[in-house]
Design a protein around this ligand. Structure first.
Ligand code: AKG
Ligand code: FE2
Length: 292
């Protein structure tokens, strides 16, 4: 489930056999675990280890490096706003270095998406079942269809009080698909166009997005499945980092506070083995293309 990798520096040069193995393990649904990869905060960044600047309406503080945009925040002075941006921009840069060094096969294909800072204690968070990441799920976003692209995330636990980030990791994607796919109705023709027209989605919700979103919702809604599905607790201590394809790995975040995260999108064709992608797994089971 976890593939441990030794590295203390975000710019470590890895041997080719580690790079190849890491890519294979990741594509097979394992989590790349870097137990010694800490992200040390600069003096003025420590100020942000608090919940006071997180907008209570959103789960995370988010930053988009290319657009230099910060959201999900409150009560920031202009200089704090700039400092928080610089903090998340620094993490985004470090995460990018790590991925370039560890997964060079993907270089040139990865699209850098959102950076997030998660200062809220996970176990205290109340939300509807759909938004509740304490329930096992695979990632799929209702308003941001990713049209088959892989979701690759780099997490780092920066908790200053010794508190682990605790996850549950569920069964392999193929099993999840076998369990939930038969329950999902075909997308209604014209619905995706309507969602786009009404600006409910930021891009066209392909049939792939329809099936992934339904799997996400059905997994979270099923109490029996949450309890009985094959699963394992995994702990990520402070000063550790982990890389995971969250569209493929069934996961739930149960406890912990103060995590940084960088999201990347990867086209399926850029994988070493595209047959392992959720897109190809679903297309095989449904015997038809799902991107159109
Ligand atoms: O915040 C976490 O530890 C993970 C939450 C989650 O489900 C996700 O980021 O996909
Ligand atoms: Fe998730």
């Amino acid at each position: 489930m976890l593939f441990p990798i030794a590295a203390k520096d975000w710019n470590t040069a890895f041997a080719p056999d580690i790079q190849t193995k890491a890519t294979q393990r990741l594509e097979n649904g394992q989590i790349l675990f870097l137990p010694e990869l800490a992200f040390s905060l600069l003096q003025d960044e420590k100020h942000f280890l608090s919940t006071q600047h997180a907008d209570p309406k959103t789960k995370n503080i988010s930053y988009h490096a290319e657009r230099d945009k910060l959201w999900g925040v409150q009560r920031l002075t202009d200089s704090e706003h700039a400092q928080l941006k610089a903090f998340l921009s620094r993490y985004s840069h470090y995460a990018n270095c790590l991925i370039k060094q560890l997964l060079p096969h993907y270089t040139g294909h990865l699209v850098m998406a959102r950076t997030s800072f998660r200062p809220i204690q996970v176990s205290d968070r109340k939300s509807s079942y759909r938004k509740d990441d304490k329930r096992l799920h695979v990632d799929a976003f209702p308003s941001a269809p990713n049209q088959g692209k892989r979701i690759l995330r780099v997490f780092c636990n920066i908790n200053p009080n010794g508190e682990d980030r605790i996850w549950r990791v569920g069964e392999p994607f193929e099993k999840v698909a076998d369990r939930f796919l038969p329950e999902i109705k075909k997308p209604w023709q014209g619905y995706a166009r309507l969602l786009r027209l009404l600006k409910i989605t930021k891009s066209y919700r392909t049939p792939y997005d329809h099936y992934m979103l339904n799997m996400h919702d059905k997994m979270k809604a099923d109490d029996d499945y949450q309890r009985k599905a094959n699963q394992q607790e995994v702990r990520f201590p402070p000063g550790s980092a982990w890389i995971v394809q969250t569209d493929h790995v069934s996961h739930a975040a149960m406890q912990g506070q103060y995590v940084l995260e960088q999201t990347f999108y990867l086209p399926v064709e850029a994988m070493q083995d595209p047959a392992l992608s959720p897109l190809k797994v679903l297309e095989k089971r449904l015997s038809r293309p799902l991107i159109y």
